[in-house]
Structures are given as structure tokens and as C-alpha cells.
Design a protein around this ligand. Structure first.
Ligand SMILES: Cc1cc2nc3c(=O)[nH]c(=O)nc-3n(C[C@H](O)[C@H](O)[C@H](O)COP(=O)(O)O)c2cc1C
Length: 510
């Protein structure tokens, strides 16, 4: 039996896990007579950190009447999380832990020579907007932080300034903000950098800056270096600025990107990252412009221009600021595929060889982070998931990545960078002559018929349902191997066949 992520996934009930509210100081754990780390275990499941969940389990759940479920805050509504079932299933996964694993791994890496104890950083935003917040994040285990963008002009923020799209479990699918930059003076921000540098000498302090002209860009970079920053990040990408000449406007122009990067380069010897915007067609020319201006690396992506929705009672777009709204920056889980595409474009560009890429956009779990790394990110940054779940997710990120590396015998995280990059090929290079049929696991299938509905109305009418058993049957002559059925199956009872088939063999029937 393998220990692929799906082998673990099959034993769990994601709907039950996502019912958990991930409470602060959870009552369930306090009620456990065996002092099991219930909050930690369920959080590991929530963030797909299955191996860590198995390792954390220290109780057998047979000695009590599940007082944890009674203590669950949802029991007040008579719908507690089925903690005992979840933990019992985790116990069943023990045999899936890799038989051979290495114990010594190195998750440290660097940004252009500046050492990071792990690849995980806070990205520039509210989550890194004061000394105290960064202190708590560093103590929790984050390797560093890109501070809320420092600038020389005062901010005038709107309220409310956020809105979110949510899934059925009330978690953010996507998140919109119309926020601007640091509310502090440059001098106050320099004090924050200085104090962080003094109190946390091993943490990486990235000074995110935005100037209004070349002189300001140069001066801010120079001041941040003197105050103790480790890296300078040029914010060429904030989509929410009131002045049209700032933020994203720079990142949409090769000329301005090169000019202002050069201005920053004049002010500092520290590594310089250009933080680029996804609100363009092709990121590569902008990255090359930043390189010409003297940038050592690229940070991507900032938020995507968006309108998250309209309140259908008030007829106002969201968030409503006294009856009006504006296009704002979209982030969180929904933007991950778009961010990954940009990371892949940057890493695959030969002229950018050796350029550090600090990736971000929708990272919530260690798997998300690993995907960025595998497509070429040398470090990763997070905001929206921290806004939603807190600094504590760093434990899940580190645990998940470490377990994966140990199980796979990968001793250094650096060996993972770009590991999947070559699998992304041009449109004309993709194999188009073979079909992979879906196969049905009739034991897991509960006969819901979702595969049938989707194949009939969104596929190629290749599935019939047995009227007696309600189980699906594939007509190999009609099936084109699109795998819509597999993607909609709520029970994950459909998998790809192990073999490829040439279209000539389409008389194959399951
Ligand atoms: C509320 C909020 C404020 C932000 N402020 C800044 C900022 O001041 N400077 C900046 O470069 N990016 C800012 N960002 C963008 C984030 O750093 C990050 O690029 C983006 O949110 C994508 O990552 P995520 O999906 O992990 O949030 C902000 C994002 C949010 C949600």
C-alpha cells in the first residue's frame, strides 16, 4: 500500500472535518481524559496534513464516552463534530505511514543569499503591520516577514474594506480588499525594522516600499537598509492606490518598472525583489525589465482586480462603503491557479535563470506551498490564510512539508525547487493521441448518480446507471476520457485507469 496523499484522503470525511470551527483554545481538547491534542489533530486534517495527524494521535478513543464531543461548541446546537470517528479513522491510517523515512532533513533555504530557516514568510499586508504582530509570527515559527508597504505619504482608508466569497463550510474561497499601505510614518516604520532586527537577528525582514518618484524610491531603500532590513521588496503592484501613477501602474509598464528598480538599486546593496502584478497579460517582460533595473528576484503575485459580488437587497457592489464600492484586490484560495501559472512562466523563462522567485497567492496548506516550490518558487509568502486562520498555520506548513520530505527521502527543500517545472509544456507539445478511461470503485460508490448527470449534460453520454444497483457503467465507445465524472464524484470512487488507450481500442467496455 502506498502512502500517496489520496490514500490518506480516502479514509477521511472532509465534510465532517470542515465542520470543525478550529476554535481558539479548543474545549474538546480540554475535555479529553487522555490529553489528546484534538485541536491539533483536526487542524492537521483540515490542512491536509494527514501524516502529522497520525503522528500526533496519542489516544485510542476507547476509554471514554467522548466527552470531547460534548465539549464541542457545536454540541450546543446538537451537531458536534464526530471527533471520535475522525480520530478512529486517523488511527486506521497508521499503516499508511511510509515504511522507510529519513529523519534528518533541511528545510532551510535562502533569498539571494539571505538565509531563511524555512521557506515560509508573511507577505506584505495587515498580517505584518506592526512590531507586535511580527514578533508573535516569528515566535510561532515564520522565517520572516515582508512588512506592510512603507511609504512617505499618508493613507486614507475606507471602511469596510474587505469582502469574501465563501464555500459551504464558511471558509473563504476568495477574498477582496481595498486597503492601501502602512498607516505609519517612515520614521515609525524604521523603528519597527530596527527593533525586529535587534530582537530577532535570525529572521528575515523584507522591507516592502513604495515611492512617489525616483528620489523617494532610492531614499526609502537606503533608510530600510540602514534600519536593519534584510531584503527590499518594491511594491509595483498594489491595485488600490488613489493616485493613478502608483502601485500597479508601475508594474504594468516595463519602462517604469525598470526605472524605479534602478532607483531602488542606487539606494541599497541588499537583495531587491520586484513585487509584480497579475493584472497584465504576460509577466515575463515585466520581470525582465526589473532584472535590467537591477532586481535580484521577483515576488509574485499581488492581488487581482476584482468585484466579489453585489448585495442583491441593497443593489450595491461589495464591500459597500456608504453605498459605493470599487474594484479591489482579490486573494486567497481562488487565486492559486493564476499565481501558479505566473510562477511557472517565470521559472521556465531561460533569460530569468538564477532569479529568485518568491511565490504567493492562495497558499493555505503545505500542499499549496509545495506546489509553488515545485513550479519554481524558492520561498513562499502568505497573507489571506493567516488572516483567516492565524499565525498558527506555520506549524501545519512546516509539519506537512517535513513529513513529505522525510517520507520521500528528500533531504533538502532546495532539491524540490522547480521539480515539476518541466511537466508544464507548450500547447502544441501535449500528447493528444491517447485516452485514459475512468474506473469505478463499486465498493466506495454509493450510487448517487452525480457522474451520470455530469456525463449526460456536460460530457459525452458515456455513463449509464444500473436501475437495480444504481451503480455506473461506462460505454467505452462513447467515453473520451475527459474525467469530469471523476472530478464530480462526492465519494472519490472514480480513479484513472492505470493504462493509456489509443482511440483505436475504444471498443473497450467496463
Ligand atoms: C488586506 C490585504 C492587504 C495587503 N496589503 C499589501 C501591501 O501593503 N503591500 C503589498 O505588497 N501587498 C499587499 N497585499 C497583497 C499580499 O501581500 C499578497 O500578495 C496577496 O494577498 C496574495 O497572497 P494571499 O493569497 O496569500 O493573500 C495585501 C493583501 C491583503 C489581503
Amino acid at each position: 500500500m502506498g502512502s500517496g496523499i489520496y490514500d490518506f484522503y480516502f479514509h477521511h470525511d472532509p465534510a465532517e472535518v470542515s465542520k470543525c470551527m478550529l476554535c481558539y483554545d479548543p474545549e474538546c481538547a480540554k475535555a479529553c481524559p487522555q490529553s489528546a491534542d484534538i485541536g491539533g489533530i483536526i487542524r492537521s486534517l483540515y490542512f491536509q496534513d494527514y501524516m502529522a495527524a497520525v503522528r500526533k494521535l496519542n489516544c485510542d478513543c476507547t476509554c471514554c464516552n467522548a466527552p470531547c464531543e460534548e465539549a464541542c461548541l457545536l454540541s450546543r446546537e446538537n451537531r458536534p463534530v464526530a471527533i471520535r470517528d475522525l480520530l478512529t479513522n486517523v488511527r486506521k491510517d497508521r499503516h499508511l505511514l511510509p515504511k522507510h523515512r529519513i529523519e534528518t532533513i533541511d528545510i532551510s533555504t535562502d533569498i539571494c543569499g539571505v538565509k531563511l530557516e524555512n521557506p515560509f514568510l508573511l507577505s506584505s499586508s495587515v498580517v505584518s503591520s506592526s512590531y507586535d504582530m511580527c514578533r508573535r509570527a516569528f515566535e510561532a515559527g515564520w522565517a520572516g516577514a515582508s512588512l506592510k508597504t512603507i511609504c512617505n505619504f499618508s493613507q486614507h482608508e475606507a471602511s469596510p474594506r474587505f469582502s469574501a466569497l465563501k464555500n459551504h463550510a464558511n471558509a473563504f474561497c476568495g477574498f477582496k480588499n481595498i486597503e492601501q499601505l502602512s498607516p505609519r510614518t517612515v520614521e515609525e516604520d524604521m523603528q519597527v525594522i530596527g527593533k525586529l532586527r535587534k530582537d530577532f537577528p535570525s529572521k528575515v525582514i523584507i522591507a516592502s516600499i513604495m515611492g512617489q518618484n525616483e528620489n523617494e524610491w532610492t531614499e526609502l531603500a537606503s533608510k530600510c537598509e540602514k534600519a536593519g532590513a534584510s531584503v527590499i521588496e518594491c511594491n509595483f503592484s498594489c491595485p488600490n492606490m488613489e493616485a493613478a501613477s502608483l502601485g500597479v501602474t508601475i508594474g504594468q509598464s516595463e519602462e517604469l518598472t525598470e526605472r524605479f528598480t534602478r532607483a531602488v538599486r542606487r539606494g541599497t546593496d541588499l537583495p531587491v525583489l520586484a513585487k509584480l502584478t497579475p493584472n497584465i497579460t504576460d509577466i515575463v517582460p515585466l520581470a525582465l525589465a526589473a532584472r535590467r533595473g537591477g532586481a535580484d528576484g521577483i515576488a509574485a503575485i499581488n492581488t487581482i482586480n476584482s468585484i466579489t459580488g453585489v448585495d442583491i437587497d441593497t443593489l450595491v457592489a461589495e464591500p459597500s462603503v456608504r453605498g459605493k464600492s470599487m474594484v479591489g484586490g482579490y486573494s486567497g484560495a481562488a487565486v492559486k491557479p493564476i499565481a501558479l501559472r505566473f510562477i511557472s512562466d517565470l521559472f521556465r523563462c531561460k533569460e530569468l535563470d538564477g532569479t529568485h522567485v518568491s511565490g504567493m497567492g492562495g497558499i493555505e496548506t503545505w500542499i499549496d506551498a509545495l506546489e509553488f516550490i515545485l513550479l519554481g518558487a524558492g520561498s513562499v509568502q502568505v497573507t489571506t490564510a493567516v488572516m483567516q486562520y492565524g499565525y498558527r498555520i506555520i506549524e501545519d506548513l512546516i509539519e506537512g512539508l517535513s513529513e513529505y520530505m522525510k517520507g520521500r527521502g528528500i533531504s533538502s527543500v532546495r532539491d524540490l525547487v522547480g521539480g515539476a517545472a518541466e511537466t508544464v509544456v507548450d500547447h502544441n507539445s501535449i500528447e493528444r493521441d491517447t485516452i485514459v478511461f475512468p474506473t469505478f470503485d463499486y465498493e466506495s460508490c454509493n450510487g448517487c448518480g452525480r457522474c451520470y448527470i455530469s456525463c449526460m449534460d456536460g460530457g459525452h453520454q458515456a455513463i449509464t446507471l444500473d436501475p437495480e444497483t444504481r451503480k455506473p457503467k461506462l460505454n467505452g465507445k462513447r467515453c473520451v476520457g475527459c474525467h469530469l465524472c471523476r472530478l464530480v464524484c462526492p465519494e472519490m470512487a472514480i480513479r484513472p485507469a492505470a493504462k493509456y488507450w489509443m482511440p483505436d481500442y475504444k471498443n473497450f467496455n467496463l
